[in-house]
Design a protein around this ligand. Structure first.
Ligand SMILES: Cc1cc2nc3c(=O)[nH]c(=O)nc-3n(C[C@H](O)[C@H](O)[C@H](O)COP(=O)(O)O)c2cc1C
Length: 203
């Protein structure tokens, strides 16, 4: 597969085979992913690779996140979709491994009266760290696809971030996303992409 095919054919996978991923495969994938760009090359990220009992414990917190997220989901999707989504939160589709991406915890204040520059300065660290972590995560998703692995980028678990961090024993970092990873047990259709997102100027 070339890069364009990998990008276009990657899907969010929400059902996985009961098949372990060899550690060498995960290690190679993550070492490659770490070549993502990062703001001022800070590489302000950490990846936790979790399986076994700790993963099962984390699933309890993810399930809680689903319950907390439920009222919001109901405003976004029809009932059937809400149930499918919540079902996924119960076991993350049986994924054998969870990747947790963290960035440093930073605090700042944004006030409505701030200028754009003041806001940017105040949130610069978190803004840059978030974008850098997103580049890392996209690398993970694409490299996984290349290796025949499925993933689902998830931020909804942040609804139970305190519980997740406690389970992980992490106090000084912010959870960016959780990515279940495993061999896919589904081939979902591509959700349609919206048009008119590219604005050509001066062509
Ligand atoms: C920042 C971000 C957060 C996401 N969070 C969730 C999530 O919490 N749960 C989930 O099931 N999917 C989540 N997704 C996956 C999107 O729903 C999915 O990418 C989108 O529907 C397009 O489908 P595709 O990935 O198959 O192309 C997230 C994706 C991104 C980029």
């Amino acid at each position: 597969m070339n890069l364009s095919e990998i990008i276009r054919e990657r899907r969010s996978i929400r059902k996985y085979l009961d098949r372990d991923i060899p550690r060498e495969v995960l290690s190679e994938l993550l070492e490659d992913a770490l070549w993502a760009p990062s703001g001022t090359n800070r590489q302000n990220w950490d990846i936790y690779v979790v399986r076994g009992e700790k993963k099962d414990k984390l699933l309890e917190s993810v399930k809680l996140a689903g319950e907390i997220f439920k009222p919001k989901l109901k405003t976004l999707f029809p009932e059937k979709m809400v149930n499918i989504t919540l079902n996924f939160f119960r076991d993350l589709g049986g994924a054998p491994v969870l990747l947790l991406v963290y960035m440093p915890k930073v605090t700042y204040e944004i006030r409505p009266d701030m200028s754009s520059l003041e806001k940017y300065k105040a949130e610069h660290a978190r803004f840059t760290n978030t974008l850098s972590a997103a580049a890392l995560i996209q690398n993970i998703l694409l490299l996984a696809k290349e290796k025949g692995l499925g993933t689902c980028w998830m931020t909804a678990p942040k609804n139970a971030e305190d519980q997740i961090n406690e389970e992980m024993g992490i106090t000084d970092k912010e959870l960016v996303s959780i990515i279940p990873i495993g061999y896919p047990d589904q081939d979902p259709p591509a959700p349609p992409r919206k048009g008119e997102k590219i604005h050509w100027i001066g062509f």
